[in-house]
Design a protein around this ligand. Structure first.
Ligand code: ADP
Length: 388
């Protein structure tokens, strides 16, 4: 019998799954269904990253999940699923830890859909599909907002009339599962730093930063939605709200059109006019691509400063996410004007993607730590059934 927990991340047209053993960090298998619909594609891989054959109905999320499970079962015939962990973007104002799914939790989470309309409904559909497919198996919801829920009031609010805060118009912060992983990694490997003032830069297609002291989130760049803060692949990052008023008032744009503009057409893609992908921009070398990179690195520098101010100083800067873990150029560009904060990187360590890339005598430790949100979800799923 192979007892395992499944982690599930359901997006609008995608499903990312990992199968973890009862203990340990390496998955037994992973799967990624993309473009769910008439042109759905599914890739499954084993523990050695080799393809596992997979076919099935990829027109719906439920069909894709059935295809994933039957592929996994063909590969691991003795598979016994003991818990399923779900990534859920929004847990609301009070949830600061994962929770086992019940009907009342689902009803509560449903009410938060207006706060994250592009993600929450899909996350919840994933939970429902898993409950239908595996009745009796514990389902655990892990929230991207939970890690930030104990931030001080001044970082949790906007300067809007008080009743809006009570209604839920707050700075929730996202990418919490990633920050949770980085914190747990530092606690194990560098406990002194983990107790200090750490700025984590999660730079992927979605990008944010978080200021953490002694494992606690103090401030984050993402706010009410996953649009705020740093520019991203296709999302705008911080923008003057007056721009939105102008678009509505003067250009007659609807909420749906503005949503599309801010989420899908802005950020690196909008500025470069070329691509949302950092690798493509680095290779392109056009003036517009270079300006997009300049803007990205400049805003990252500003936010490292802002996070350090919120923390009252900085002991470590940690890079993670696809760009943070892989792009030596972007890391170097971000760090190059932060010497005044004691940030000084060793270019050969940076080029080699080493774990610590600061110079031996730098006041601030600069690190590259590959994040692992799936493992955080798997740990929560294990804990829910009494493992670990
Ligand atoms: P997501 O937020 O969708 O999980 P990722 O964390 O996978 O995204 O990050 C995707 C981004 O990482 C893309 O912009 C991609 O170009 C960038 N990236 C990945 N590898 C490299 C690399 N070697 N150099 C520069 N950018 C990279």
């Amino acid at each position: 019998m192979t007892r395992a927990v499944l982690t599930l991340n359901a997006g609008s047209s995608s499903l990312k799954v990992s199968l973890f053993p009862e203990t340990g960090e390496a998955p037994l298998a992973t799967g990624h269904a993309d473009r769910i619909g008439p042109e759905g594609v599914l890739k499954l891989k084993d523990a050695a990253d080799q393809p596992i054959p997979a076919t099935g109905d990829l027109t719906t999320h439920a069909g894709a999940m059935a295809a994933v499970i039957s592929g996994f079962r063909a590969h691991l015939p003795e598979l016994d699923l003991i818990a399923i962990g779900h990534r859920v973007v929004h847990g609301g104002a009070d949830r600061n830890a994962p929770e086992t799914v019940t009907d009342s939790l689902l009803a509560d989470l449903e009410k938060l859909s207006p706060f994250a309309p592009l993600h929450q409904p899909h996350n919840l559909a994933g939970i429902r599909a898993a409950m239908a497919a595996f009745p009796g198996v514990a389902q655990v919801a892990c929230f991207d907002t939970a890690f930030h829920r104990n931030q001080p009031f001044v970082n949790d609010t906007f300067a809007l009339p008080r009743e809006m805060y009570a209604e839920g118009v707050r700075r929730y912060g996202f990418h919490g599962l990633s920050y949770d992983y980085i914190t747990s990694d530092l606690t194990q490997t560098a406990p002194q730093l983990a107790e200090g003032r750490v700025v984590v830069a999660h730079l992927g297609n979605g990008a944010s930063m978080c200021g953490i002291t002694n494992g606690r989130s103090v401030s984050s760049t993402m706010g009410f939605s996953a649009l705020d803060g740093l520019p991203m692949g296709t999302r705008c990052g911080q923008v003057d709200p007056g721009v939105l008023l102008y678009l509505m008032d003067q250009k007659g744009m609807t909420a749906a059109e503005i949503t599309d503009l801010l989420y899908k057409k802005s950020g690196l893609l909008g500025l470069s006019g070329l691509s949302n992908d950092m690798r493509t921009l680095e290779a392109a070398g056009t003036p517009e691509a270079m300006q997009a990179i300049d803007y990205f690195t400049f805003r990252c520098q500003r936010e490292v400063g802002a996070m350090a101010a919120a923390l009252g100083g900085i002991d470590a800067l940690v890079f993670c996410g696809g760009i943070g873990e892989n792009s030596r150029l972007i890391r170097a560009r971000i760090c190059e004007r932060l010497g005044w904060m004691g940030i000084e990187i060793d270019h050969s360590k940076n080029a080699a993607n080493e774990r610590v890339i600061s110079t031996d005598f730098a006041r601030t430790t600069v690190m590259v730590i590959p994040t692992n949100e799936e493992l955080v979800i798997a740990r929560a799923a294990r804990a829910a059934v009494g493992l670990q």
